[in-house]
Design a protein around this ligand. Structure first.
Ligand code: S3P
Length: 265
């Protein structure tokens, strides 16, 4: 049996080697992003992630510590995604837009693809108040809810590289826009009233729409809010007829000034 000091020396040597390899791997991630940007390639390539997972599963199939190693690689993959996210976004991404514009869906997708943290102002309010949005409206009224919303946005001011999914009415208050702008790039998601109705019609969790679930009301309220949304937005993405991956890709390209690039695989 080796002396314990020797074994520990070996462990330290392994760590040193692993650290060197991890840094090399992270450098490669940075190079991939730079390459994709300069060649106008899609940034999000879920099929490549699937290929990589398959390759790893094959490499580790039957290997010593297979399960543990797979878990370590999961973590490495997640950290690589974070490196990608840092290369793409220095600030937060605040998603704004009318109810049903796809803010939560886009936020979940970016979270998965780039291992970014996501927060929803509505969820923060539900947690802080210990009740559902509809109950807050019913019990305390809309102005109280709007104050909670403004406070949630203030709370998020010091965060970075987080996706902030804002409630549909959040940017109607100028102070909220000012506070969001301090730390975030603001992305407006849009959808036609018809698409919006299709997306929200089966939910009764939006007090603003309860009793008004029709295209005319949605179109009218959307129009009333349009100017505020557009004023607040750094970029605008129409979501009708697009897949969530297409929307996220467009968001990344627009926020990185990559519009007009060539599309290839
Ligand atoms: C609201 C939108 C909702 C929620 C609340 C009020 C609005 O969020 O904040 O019901 O005024 O547009 P979603 O846009 O996420 O549905």
């Amino acid at each position: 049996m080796r002396a314990i000091a020797k074994i520990r020396e070996d462990i330290a040597a392994c760590d040193k080697e692993l650290a060197r390899l991890l840094a090399r791997r992270m450098d490669c991630i940075g190079e991939v992003i730079a390459y994709k940007k300069s060649h106008g390639m899609p940034i999000l390539q879920p099929e490549q992630e699937a290929r990589q997972r398959k390759l790893l599963a094959d490499i580790l199939d039957g290997a010593p510590y297979e399960e543990e190693q797979l878990q370590v690689f999961e973590c490495i993959l997640k950290m690589s995604k974070k490196v990608q996210a840092k290369a793409l976004f220095a600030r937060n991404i605040a998603l704004i837009g009318f109810m049903g514009a796809g803010k939560s869906t886009v936020s979940h997708c970016l979270k998965d693809m780039l291992a970014m943290e996501e927060v929803e102002t509505d969820a923060m309010i539900v947690e802080a108040e210990g009740m559902a949005i509809t109950d807050i409206f019913a019990k305390y009224g809309e102005p109280y809810f709007r104050n909670c919303e403004s406070n949630a946005i203030i709370e998020l001011q010091d965060r970075r590289q987080v996706i902030i999914s804002c409630g549909g009415g959040a940017v109607m208050r100028d102070e909220n826009v000012e506070n969001l702008k301090k730390s975030s790039q603001i992305v407006l998601l849009t959808a036609t009233p018809e698409t919006t109705l299709e997306r929200v019609k089966d939910s009764d969790e939006r007090p603003i729409l309860n009793g008004h679930m029709n295209v005319e009301y949605i179109a009218q309220l959307m129009e009333k809010r349009r100017e505020k949304y557009e004023e607040a937005a750094d970029i605008v993405i129409a979501t009708d007829g697009k897949t969530v991956i297409e929307i996220c890709e467009e968001l990344i390209r627009k926020l990185n000034g990559m519009e007009g690039g060539r599309e290839e695989n």
